[in-house]
Design a protein around this ligand. Structure first.
Ligand SMILES: [Zn+2]
Length: 319
């Protein structure tokens, strides 16, 4: 290692042990239930402009170096952290479809509306593929989409396989595909869309109809059928992230009960005022980890069904 490299390495150690000490220790105290370390890009920039720039221009490298520095720190035990970055500069923020070729391989923020969501599925980040001829396990890193076979078997050097997928030896993670569409646009007929991938703890943090800002790695798929390329955003963080909020945490019935209970409790708390404050009810449930949009739409349903009535001034009462 030359002197420059070792100096850069030292900077990453300081970043982890000093600048983000609190964040890393907090994750460590919940590990392994939590392993996402969320870094505010502005704080990185205040500390070291070179690292901040690397996060934007060569995000995979900066992410790898940070994860390595976390793993090396002997005061915590997080061997497999997920480094997440948010609050990147305005010039890297785009509405869906405004991102350009030059942004491929970089970290950008995309804003839009969630219009489609697939279910959560296991994704083989590293696939163990067993050669049918000689039984050797070949480990092949995968990208989203078609399974990629080894170029040749490491055991018998045959290229033909066939190769069998071995789940237990593979590295799997939760994965969800979402379609993000440009919101508030004049292009009503055909608003631009972008495929977005969410993994691990991010898979149930957003829901249909949400307007979101997603920070992620903009890339092309590894298998392409046309010269005009398919692109996607691999989400690294959710900008409008409300800590602990999960989509569909409560069923519609449970949520309706929770809202009614909350309205009643607020009414009892202050008998001198009529009704409970609408915004306070919503805030309470959001603080309990329910997605704001779900609370609002369930509340509208309850008002439509006359379970709850609005008595003016943003006050609510159970009827
Ligand atoms: Zn083989």
């Amino acid at each position: 290692m030359n002197r420059d490299e070792s100096k850069i390495k030292d900077e990453y150690h300081t970043l982890v042990r000093d600048v983000f000490e609190g964040v890393v220790r907090e994750v460590n105290s919940h590990y392994p239930a939590e392993r996402s370390v969320r870094l505010d890009w502005e704080r990185i920039r205040e500390f070291d402009k070179t690292i901040a720039k690397t996060f934007l221009r060569n995000p995979q490298r900066a992410r790898g170096s940070t994860a390595e520095a976390i793993e090396c720190w002997n005061e915590v035990d997080i061997p497999d952290s997920i480094v997440r970055v948010h609050n990147i500069p305005d010039e890297y923020q785009f509405r869906v479809g405004k991102q350009r070729t030059i942004h491929l391989g970089r970290l950008i923020t995309i804003t839009g509306e969630v219009v489609e969501m697939d279910g959560v599925k296991p994704f083989a980040k590293m696939a163990a593929l067993e050669c049918h001829q000689c039984g050797t396990l070949n480990y092949v890193p995968q990208s989203y989409g078609k399974m990629i076979d080894p170029h040749a078997c490491e055991g018998c050097e045959k290229k033909s396989g066939p190769f069998l997928f071995r789940r237990q030896q593979s590295e799997l993670l939760d994965y969800r595909k979402v379609i993000l569409q440009r919101a508030d646009t004049n292009l009503d007929d055909d608003p631009p869309q972008l495929a977005v991938y969410l993994t691990e703890d991010l898979v149930d943090r957003i829901g249909p109809g949400d307007h979101v800002s997603l920070v992620g790695y903009y890339d092309t798929g590894r298998i392409q059928k046309k010269s005009v390329l398919q692109t996607y955003l691999e989400t690294w963080d959710i900008e409008s992230h409300e800590e602990g909020v999960l989509a569909d945490r409560l069923s519609p019935d449970e949520l309706a009960d929770a809202i009614c209970e909350e309205v009643e409790a607020k009414q009892d708390e202050d008998p001198s005022s009529f009704g409970a404050d609408r915004e306070a009810i919503i805030e309470t449930l959001v603080d309990e980890g329910v997605r704001r949009k779900e609370v609002e739409s369930q509340l509208e349903d309850l008002i439509d069904q006359k379970e709850i009535s609005e008595i003016g001034g943003g006050k609510l009462m159970v009827t």
